[in-house]
Design a protein around this ligand. Sequence first.
Ligand SMILES: C[S@@+](CC[C@H](N)C(=O)[O-])C[C@H]1O[C@@H](n2cnc3c(N)ncnc32)[C@H](O)[C@@H]1O
Length: 217
Amino acid sequence: MNNKITAYKFYKHFSNTEGNQHIAGLFAIETILNLVERYSPQNILELGLGIGSVSYSVIEFSKKINLKMNYYGTEKNIFCLEELPKNLENKFNHIRLFSEAKDLPRDIKFDFIIIDGSDDSLKSIKNSVSERAIIYIEGYRISQVNLVKSFFPRNKYVSVISGYKNPNFGPFDKKKWSGGGQLIFVNPTFYQRAHYLYLKVLTSFKYKVLRKLNKFS
Ligand SMILES: C[S@@+](CC[C@H](N)C(=O)[O-])C[C@H]1O[C@@H](n2cnc3c(N)ncnc32)[C@H](O)[C@@H]1O
């Protein structure tokens, strides 16, 4: 499961769009695609659709791997709401769009939730996760991490980080690491626990070895 080349293509595409300063980084897109491939979620929710770099990538990638899924998302920024249909083209019809988390239908249980924006009604997702859901919080939004973890007492939580820097095109500084994110398994299975442990080791390896090796690249 290494979807970096596919993620690179999507990241490059969005690097050329208007309003690109808040798109997801290459590492975030790669991580999200890897999780989609590994867990085949049926109901995906993205809080903070922005201008669509994540949703575009996931919808396009799902076609490639023959995954049938429903994509729900929230956004209320006017600029983003105007850009989304332009950027997603025919993929826009695939998204069930809501303004905020509190507006989502109550009867849907999400298997994979991507949090990539602020949302005052975040707590309303508490009852909208499936039994074995995973939640990816982009970046280092620690207050969101703590809030989400508090909903799920049996959770396992791991930080994931990139071992490479931003590409030399796009909105982000090429001298900086291509970010990281926070992954929460709300009620992990044995398989998810093993994956969680693997990611813990991988993150430690990236901090202690890869980032030192790539420091001057
Ligand atoms: C990090 S962005 C979300 C990026 C999004 N997940 C994507 O795939 O493009 C977080 C929030 O910033 C706001 N935002 C994103 N792009 C913006 C822009 N160009 N101008 C103003 N606000 C923006 C939106 O409200 C969005 O939900």
